[in-house]
Design a protein around this ligand. Structure first.
Ligand SMILES: Cc1cc2nc3c(=O)[nH]c(=O)nc-3n(C[C@H](O)[C@H](O)[C@H](O)COP(=O)(O)O)c2cc1C
Length: 174
């Protein structure tokens, strides 16, 4: 099974990318590819720019990665209660090529932040909007206070959140 994992953040040290990579690694026997949003940086979307350049090649490349996946692990960062601009931009370009951006690929949806809400606002947004773009969210989890719950040296969650995520993934694959 091919699993594609990514964060909606383009931060070089994205904690959501770390979380997505960790969660994907829990899926036994999966062939996992972790994407970096920086590899899909496209000029700011506008219908005028689209008229100039047509379909963005990097949006096509991102859609191809999603098409290659049997399952997605997505962890979303929260910027001012919303998706990071980098994700929104890429998503808008992708949606002009393929409205069903997730192409009927199910996902686990995660969010985390250094603060106490763990990206709960953007999680709500994603829970409401992603299924309209061709995905089923099989499980979701927001992890607050990332640094308190993630051992960066070991590259893994600790404690109750680890247990919750492991159980959610085991329930999915069994
Ligand atoms: C522009 C900006 C806005 C932010 N807004 C929020 C927010 O609304 N809620 C939140 O929990 N964290 C917010 N943060 C802090 C992020 O959660 C933090 O930068 C986190 O590391 C982002 O995830 P990432 O490391 O995967 O990029 C914001 C950060 C930035 C740079």
């Amino acid at each position: 099974m091919k699993v594609v994992a990514f964060s909606t953040s383009n931060s070089k040290n994205s904690i959501n990318k770390k979380l997505a990579a960790y969660a994907a690694g829990l899926i036994r026997g999966a062939d996992t590819e972790v994407l970096d949003l920086n590899d899909y940086e496209i000029p700011l979307f506008s219908v005028d720019r689209e008229a100039e350049i047509g379909q963005a090649e990097l949006a096509k490349a991102f859609l191809a990665k999603i098409e290659s996946a049997n399952f997605l692990v997505v962890s979303t960062a929260e910027h001012n209660g919303n998706f990071p601009a980098a994700w929104k931009n890429l998503f808008d370009w992708c949606s002009r090529i393929e409205k069903q951006v997730f192409q009927n690929t199910s996902m686990i949806l995660l969010s985390t932040s250094p603060g106490g809400r763990g990206g709960a606002t953007v999680m709500e947004l994603a829970l409401n909007s992603f299924p309209r773009f061709g995905t089923e969210i099989k499980a979701h989890l927001s992890i607050p206070n990332f640094d308190d719950h993630f051992d960066s040296e070991a590259g893994e969650l600790t404690g109750a959140y680890k247990d919750e995520l492991v159980q959610a993934i085991e329930a999915l694959v069994s």
